[in-house]
Design a binder for this molecule. Structure first.
Ligand SMILES: Cc1ncc(COP(=O)(O)O)c(C=O)c1O
Length: 391
C-alpha cells in the first residue's frame, strides 16, 4: 500500500548512469570550468534550438545576469506576473529598476495579454515606456508567445522568458519556442525541476552580443579576449571591464545535467501521463478546477496546479494541508502573489486587491505531487485522498 510512502510536490529522478556520469568527472582533472560545462551548454543549445547558451550557478543568478546584460537601470519599468517565484521579480530590483505586475489570465495562469497592453498604454499616456517584460511559463504551460512577441515589437520592449517551469514544453509543436519568441531565456535545474544539476541554471539566446555580456558578467566581469583588451601585458593578462560575479557552475554538475537532459522527453511524457490521470480524476467534480491546455501547446507539468473552491466546501486550506501531510502527502502552494510579500508592499506600495485574479488563484491553488518517480498506485492514492478530504 502506498500509505507508508511519503510524497512531496516535486522530486528529482536520479539513476545509476547519472551517478556514474558525476563520479567520472570527480575522478578526472577538472572539477570546475572543464569540458563538461561546454558539453552541457552545447547539448542544451541543440535540444532547444538556441545559438548561445551559458550554464550558471542557479536560475536566480541567471535572471540577475539577464537583468544586467539587458541594461536595466534605475527608472526603467519592468513587468512580470504576481504568480511566480520571487526571483522573476527580484531580478528587476537587483538592477535597481522598478517592478510592476500584470495580472494572470484566469484560464492559463500566465501573463494576461489584454491586461499587459492596457498597462503599457497606461504608462504611455503618462509619457513612459516599459523597458522589459519577464513572462513566466508558469507550471510548464507556455505563455501566449505570439502575442507577446507582437506587443514587444509594437511597443519596443525587451522580452524575457522565465522558462524555469517549462523545459520540454512545446508551442506550435516546437520544443525550441523559447528563444524563437523571447530575446533571452532563463532555465533552472533545481531538483524539483524537469532535470537537475543540484543547484544550476542556464541562459539561452540567439543574440551574440547579449551572450558575450552574459559570459563576461558570469565570471567577475573579466575578459581575456584580445579584441576587447585595452592593452596586453602577456599570456597571464586579463582585464575586469565590468562589475561581474562568480555565477559559474561546476563540471560535475554539468555532467549530471547532460546525463539528465537525455531523459527529458521521457520525464515530460511521464509528467503528462500523471497529469492526464489527475485531469480525469478531478474534471467532472465542481469542487475543483483543473489546468487547461490550449490545442497548440504541450504542457511540461513542472507543477499540477489544482484549484479547489474552498468557498464552497467545509474544509480550510490549512487543514487540508495538515491532513494530507498526516497521510504522507506534502502539498505546496504556487505561489503567494509576489506583490503581497511585505518587502514589495512596504517598498513599492502594492496592496491586497491590486491583482484580484492572482489573489483568487492563490486562495484556491494547491500543487499536488507530480514527478516521474510516481507510479499508478501512488497517483491513485494521492487523487483519492484529495477527493476524500475535500468534502
Ligand atoms: C519561475 C522561476 N524563476 C526562477 C527560479 C529560480 O531558480 P533557482 O532556484 O535555480 O535559483 C525559479 C525556481 O524555483 C522559478 O520557479
Amino acid at each position: 500500500m502506498s500509505t507508508n510512502k511519503t510524497y512531496s510536490y516535486g522530486k528529482q529522478t536520479i539513476e545509476e548512469d547519472d551517478i556514474q556520469a558525476v563520479v567520472n568527472v570527480l575522478k578526472g582533472d577538472w572539477l570546475t570550468q572543464g569540458p563538461y560545462v561546454k558539453e552541457f551548454e552545447e547539448s542544451l543549445g541543440k535540444k532547444f534550438n538556441a545559438k548561445y547558451v551559458s550554464a550558471v550557478a542557479n536560475g536566480t543568478a541567471g535572471l540577475h545576469l539577464i537583468a544586467l546584460a539587458l541594461g536595466w537601470k534605475q527608472g526603467d519599468i519592468v513587468l512580470t506576473t504576481p504568480i511566480t517565484f520571487l526571483a522573476s521579480a527580484n531580478c528587476i530590483l537587483y538592477a535597481n529598476a522598478t517592478p510592476d505586475f500584470v495580472d494572470i489570465n484566469p484560464q492559463t495562469y500566465t501573463i494576461d495579454i489584454v491586461r499587459l497592453e492596457e498597462k503599457i498604454k497606461n504608462y504611455l499616456s503618462r509619457g513612459k515606456n516599459i523597458k522589459a517584460v519577464v513572462a513566466v511559463d508558469f507550471a510548464g504551460l507556455p505563455c501566449d508567445w505570439e502575442n507577446l512577441r507582437r506587443l514587444a515589437d509594437v511597443y519596443n520592449f525587451q522580452l524575457v522568458n522565465d522558462n524555469c517551469h517549462a523545459l520540454g514544453a512545446e508551442y506550435n509543436g516546437d520544443i525550441g519556442y523559447a528563444t524563437k519568441y523571447a530575446d533571452i531565456v532563463n532555465m533552472s535545474f533545481h531538483p524539483v525541476k524537469h532535470i537537475t544539476t543540484g543547484e544550476g541554471g542556464a541562459i539561452l539566446t540567439n543574440d551574440a552580443l547579449l551572450d558575450k555580456k552574459i559570459k563576461i558578467l558570469r565570471t567577475h566581469g573579466i575578459t581575456k579576449d584580445e579584441e576587447l583588451l585595452t592593452k596586453n601585458d602577456g599570456p597571464w593578462y586579463y582585464e575586469m571591464q565590468h562589475l561581474g560575479f562568480n555565477y559559474r557552475i561546476t563540471d560535475f554538475q554539468c555532467a549530471l545535467g547532460t546525463s539528465q537532459l537525455k531523459k527529458l522527453d521521457g520525464f515530460v511524457n511521464k509528467r503528462n501521463e500523471i497529469a492526464k490521470f489527475y485531469d480525469e480524476s478531478f474534471k467532472e467534480d465542481n469542487r475543483f478546477i483543473i489546468p487547461s491546455v490550449q490545442g497548440n501547446i504541450r504542457h511540461a507539468y513542472h507543477l499540477y496546479p489544482l484549484q479547489i473552491k474552498f468557498e464552497n466546501i467545509d474544509i480550510a486550506k490549512k487543514l487540508l494541508f495538515q491532513i494530507m501531510k498526516n497521510n504522507g502527502i506534502g502539498l505546496q502552494v504556487h505561489y503567494i502573489p509576489v506583490h503581497l510579500q511585505p518587502f514589495y508592499k512596504e517598498n513599492y506600495g502594492f496592496k491586497i486587491g491590486d491583482y484580484p485574479i492572482s489573489e483568487k488563484f492563490y486562495e484556491r491553488e494547491i500543487s499536488i505531487p507530480i514527478y516521474p518517480g510516481l507510479n499508478q498506485e501512488d497517483i491513485i492514492y494521492i487523487a483519492k485522498k484529495v477527493q476524500e478530504i475535500v468534502k
